[in-house]
Design a protein around this ligand. Structure first.
Ligand code: PMP
Length: 361
């Protein structure tokens, strides 16, 4: 080992889902199958590219104002960043500086562990119960902060707002971050609690329900004090996080409420139908309220299924393995045609898988 190695910050990075360059049916990273609001195309086409020689507005003021207007909060209550990953990473850096461990579920968004390691934040994981639910009481102990997604990922299970409030209310001395990347497909947001609890931060994204994963836009909403601390950290790191194009697209997406709501309605409809179809094929699915379905099959090895889907059908879903979820795959809810292709392939393939297993007996 070289002498300098000991001073290098080594981390085990987050592994994002594959983004294959060839055309495939992509149900692996919870992207939205529909295009963003039509105004996004219009605004991009009309952009004055001469302005790209200038830095963007470091405060992304237009986007902050649009979000503040949409959610009925002050502009000093909104923080924006390059996807919610950027926002969450800033939150970890800013708010989790205790000697005590932060808490998050054992089965959850795998980036939390990576940021904790990167920033040297001690953490402890609270096991989900046997039904993969978050147990509120596990968070009623001393800690240095709390984060969980609602709905949780990759389970898709939504925790009722009263339970979320129970966790926030019992932890008034630390910051509680509710990661609501998928809440638009689910139910009530913890944004309702922002005025009541000064220790709460809600983080959301444009990547899922707003169909803008490629533009990288995320945001946090909280009280002005916590937002100021977040901005102080951001301006100590990188002032110009959001491009002019991302700011303009974000503003357009927020303006079109009808399009946003219609897109959500379509995805929820496909999700509920697809859950039924998967069950018909013998799968058991968690009752996801997100834009993905976490499924297992009592008879077949889903890891094999994941590989076959990819290699033979060019259908990409997500598989992690690991304790308690080694027999689960996560399927993003795509357009109806994509789900038809997936289900059609599985229907033909499962009997062949059974025959192959019989032969190998
Ligand atoms: N939180 C959760 C729970 C997620 O699944 C994701 C998507 N990978 C993110 C945050 C980050 O999404 P983005 O950076 O695209 O906003």
């Amino acid at each position: 080992m070289k002498a300098f190695e000991k001073n290098i910050r080594k981390v085990e990075p987050y592994v994002p889902g594959e983004q294959p360059r060839q055309t495939v049916i992509k149900l692996n990273t919870n992207e939205n199958p529909y295009p963003p609001a039509p105004g996004v195309r219009r605004v991009l086409k009309g952009m004055d590219t001469d302005r790209f020689r200038l830095y963007p507005d470091p405060a992304a003021g237009d986007l902050v104002a649009a979000l503040a207007g949409y959610y009925g909060v002050g502009e000093d209550q909104v923080f924006v960043g390059v996807g919610s990953d950027d926002v969450l990473s800033m939150c970890f850096l800013t708010f989790f500086n205790s000697e005590k461990p932060i808490l998050f579920p054992d089965i959850t968004y795998s980036f939390y562990k990576v940021w904790a390691d990167l920033y040297r934040i001690p953490y402890e994981c609270c096991p989900l119960d046997e039904d993969f639910c978050i147990v509120k009481e596990d968070y009623f102990r001393e800690n240095g902060g709390i984060i969980f997604p609602n709905p949780n990922a990759p389970t898709g299970l939504y925790l009722e707002l009263s339970e979320v409030e129970g966790i926030i209310g019992r932890n008034r001395d630390v910051i509680v971050i509710v990661d609501e990347a998928y809440v638009d497909f689910a139910g009530r947001s913890a944004l309702e609690l922002i005025e009541k609890y000064d220790n709460l931060i809600v983080v959301q994204t444009f990547s899922k329900a707003r169909s803008l994963a490629g533009m990288r836009i995320g945001y946090a909403i909280s009280n002005p004090l916590l937002i100021r601390y977040l901005n102080d950290a951001k301006y100590s790191f990188n002032s110009y996080t959001m491009s002019q194009a991302a700011i303009a697209c974000g503003v357009e997406a927020v303006k079109d409420k009808a399009y946003f709501e219609e897109g959500i309605r379509k995805i929820i409809k496909t999700r509920e139908w697809a859950k039924g179809e998967l069950k018909r094929l013998g799968f058991s699915c968690l009752d996801s309220k997100a834009n993905f379905i976490f499924a297992t099959h009592p008879k077949y090895d889903v890891k094999k299924m994941f590989e076959v889907l990819k290699d033979k059908a060019r259908i990409y879903v997500r598989y992690w393995g690991g304790e308690r979820i080694e027999q689960y795959i996560r399927i993003t809810v795509g357009a109806k045609e994509d789900m038809d292709a997936l289900l059609g392939f599985l229907e033909g393939y499962l009997p062949a898988m059974e025959r192959a297993e019989d032969l190998s007996d």
